[in-house]
Design a binder for this molecule. Sequence first.
Ligand code: 3PG
Length: 388
Amino acid sequence: VKLMKDQDLAGKRVLIRQDLNVPLEDGRITSAVRIDASIPTIKAALAAGAKVMVMSHLGRPDEGVYEEASSLAPVAKYLSEKLGRNVPLVKDWVDGFADQGDLVLLENVRFNVGEGKNSDELSKKMAALCDVFVMDAFGTAHRAQASTHGVAKFAPVAVAGPLLSAELEALAKVLDKPARPLVAIVGGSKVSTKLSVLDALSKIADILVVGGGISNTFVAAAGNQVGNSLYEKDLIPEAQRLCKTTEVVFATDVRVTKEGFKSWNHNSVATVKKPSEIQADEEIIDYGPETAARVAEIIKNAKTVLWNGPCGVFEFDAFAKGTETISRAIADSEAFSVAGGGDTLAAIDKWNLADKISYVSTGGGAFLEFVEGKVLPAVAILEERAKG
Ligand code: 3PG
């Protein structure tokens, strides 16, 4: 693909698609990781003399109606503070808008009819706003929508921004010719939603570590009764199949609780047990200490680590020890480490480890699809444009 840094942007109208889809609570941004990661691109374009328009989606609003809860207003405010200048938010922009300086944020692209369906009509209007289109939204690169894909078809020039290229480079370092051993850690609640990722990683990783509800299904597949734990009975054959072809590490001791999930709180208590000792009214909520230590040792000996998904209910301290041990082991290891996914970022944030991980991806779904080996449509169109 062509890169933003190789373009002459002086005096050009530059439309940058970023992923500023940040979590909000009562209108307050709870994690600004994605915005912070996008700022260097904005600064670089401004420094190159461009007239910059930034666009992004936020949430999943219905098209054709403005909805305050999905407005990018909190993002405009955050950007203004971080950049030390007013960043105007342009509400109606698709058909052109009055000049408001050399940096503006365009209101949520998903308010526009045709965004989700990647309409040519809308894409052409977006393309008409700019001389250069910069795709920098790695987190949304798996979506073929007007602002990620269509606009790149019609813009005079379409290139990849620095964040998108950095993400692709870091992931390629793990997936193509990684330094070995490569250890992949996949946590989260369900095997079913991550089966393709587990499959893809089982083929390239030397050791596949599973955590969270995914580990529970493997614990059950090993012949244990898992009581009240979250697990997927019908995926036991898949778990057994993966264990035959790959070295899969799952919990050999666990932390359990009898408290129902509705009453979990910061004073909740967990008990360490062997999988064979789990009672019918108990639920696995974390690795036990022996498993966490074993995984930490595996990480210590790795040369490359890929991590997605927590290993327990880390929001509550008594259930967070496994995830904490593993995230600290990744942070302390000499291996090239890449972590991605929303919950994973929250875990890294909880223990303040972002600086100690080689690369923290801003992608959730896009990260997983890339790991699965799927083509990201927003990247594919840039490749096509680079050829033509
Ligand atoms: C994400 O949060 O994974 C991206 O911003 C994509 O959002 P979407 O799943 O609503 O397309």
